[in-house]
Design a protein around this ligand. Structure first.
Ligand SMILES: Nc1nc2c(ncn2[C@@H]2O[C@H](COP(=O)(O)OP(=O)(O)OP(=O)(O)O)[C@@H](O)[C@H]2O)c(=O)[nH]1
Ligand SMILES: [Mg+2]
Length: 338
């Protein structure tokens, strides 16, 4: 088992941009051990109070971009091309994954590191696989903390990838400044598993694999989706989500996508929406943590699992009313007894 360092060691390392210490701090943040959690909290606090000492807080100037789309749409390949492009512009890029399926695969980004070959060797890019067993604590457990640590380590563009198969898109949308939805040309909405709700969350759509024979279908899809988006109610932000095309293979459209994100940042910085969005996200984060804490305080009480099992059997059998059961659970004497 790896040994733990004093908090200052992590803090100084992160602020100096030391990747090894950044990785180790993220591992602490993701750990479920109470002593790791306590140490992680100290590190987080230290980093946040000291980051930005030499200027504005790094988080204030970072861009957080969420990327989603069904399996096979080309997320990893896109991130490889887009990320490489960004580092060529001089950006420092962190790639994180929120993966609802990571329990099974041990983190799809881990396998992807081989697919993101160029990027994983790039000194200006940092790729962090999703933690195994992520879904235990809910999707995106600790991704926000990880994001803050990466920003403190001077990564100024954060890409958060998630597979578009369920609730994870909503979670990722709730932690980024810009939400990018990748889509395939020629596949029906049904096939892409795309619900209208996800399209409504997107700040831009990109039709992927717009190369070779697929250029014409991609352009057709672009028109169709643009028309479909016009039917959505305005977002009230002054931003109208564009539909773009892109190819990770040829690089076509990659620069335009980055330009679009920058235009969005400029607009929302000027009109205050970016700040508002981040403030709302902070609040959501707080409430989610509070709920988690309440849950674990209740469910982790000694004997609680047995007590619940017994009560549920009684409720099922009709010998105990649900309301009565709840009342009993909250009577001080009920805790731990049996
Ligand atoms: N022609 C072409 N093929 C592409 C492009 N981008 C990705 N592909 C191919 O599409 C397939 C899926 O790409 P991935 O990047 O693995 O897709 P993904 O969305 O990350 O998939 P999951 O990780 O399974 O969710 C691969 O065989 C890629 O080579 C592109 O721009 N053009
Ligand atoms: Mg992938």
């Amino acid at each position: 088992m790896r040994h733990r360092l004093p908090p200052d060691h992590y803090i100084n390392g992160i602020l100096a941009g030391d990747r090894l210490l950044l990785s180790r701090a993220i591992t602490l943040v993701e750990s479920r051990r109470p002593d790791d959690q306590a140490l992680a909290q100290l590190v987080m606090e230290g980093v946040l109070s000291r980051s930005g000492e030499a200027g504005p807080r790094p988080a204030a100037s970072s861009v957080r971009i969420g990327i989603t789309g069904v399996p096979g749409v080309g997320k990893s390949t896109f991130i490889e091309a887009f990320g490489t492009y960004l580092t060529q512009l001089g950006h420092h890029l962190a790639v994180l994954a929120v993966d609802p399926t990571s329990q099974r695969s041990g983190g799809s980004l881990l396998g992807d590191k081989t697919r993101m070959e160029t990027l994983s060797m790039n000194p200006n890019a940092y790729i962090r696989p999703s933690p195994a067993g992520d879904s235990l604590g809910g999707v995106g457990h600790r991704t926000r903390e990880t994001m803050l640590l990466c920003e403190a380590a001077s990564f100024d563009v954060i890409l958060v990838e998630t597979v578009g198969v369920g609730q994870s898109e909503t979670v990722v949308h709730g932690m980024v400044d810009f939400f990018l939805l990748l889509m395939l040309a020629g596949a029906g909405d049904e096939l892409q598993g795309m619900k209208r709700g996800i399209m409504e969350l997107a700040d831009a759509l990109v039709i992927t694999k717009a190369d070779g024979d697929n250029i014409a279908p991609a352009n057709r899809a672009r028109m169709e989706y643009q028309n479909a988006l016009h039917l959505f109610p305005p977002t009230g932000t002054g931003w109208f989500p564009p539909v773009l095309t892109g190819s990770a293979l040829t690089g076509a459209g990659i620069a335009t996508i980055w330009q679009t994100i920058q235009e969005h940042q400029q607009l929302t910085t000027q009109n205050g929406q970016r700040n508002q969005r981040r403030q709302a996200q902070q609040l959501t984060w707080f409430r989610a943590l509070l709920r988690q804490q309440l849950d674990s305080q209740f469910y982790d009480r000694p004997g609680m699992q047995d007590q619940l099992a017994l009560m549920e059997a009684q409720v099922q059998a009709g010998t105990l009313l649900p309301g009565q059961a709840v009342k009993m659970l909250f009577q001080p004497s009920s805790s731990g007894s049996r």
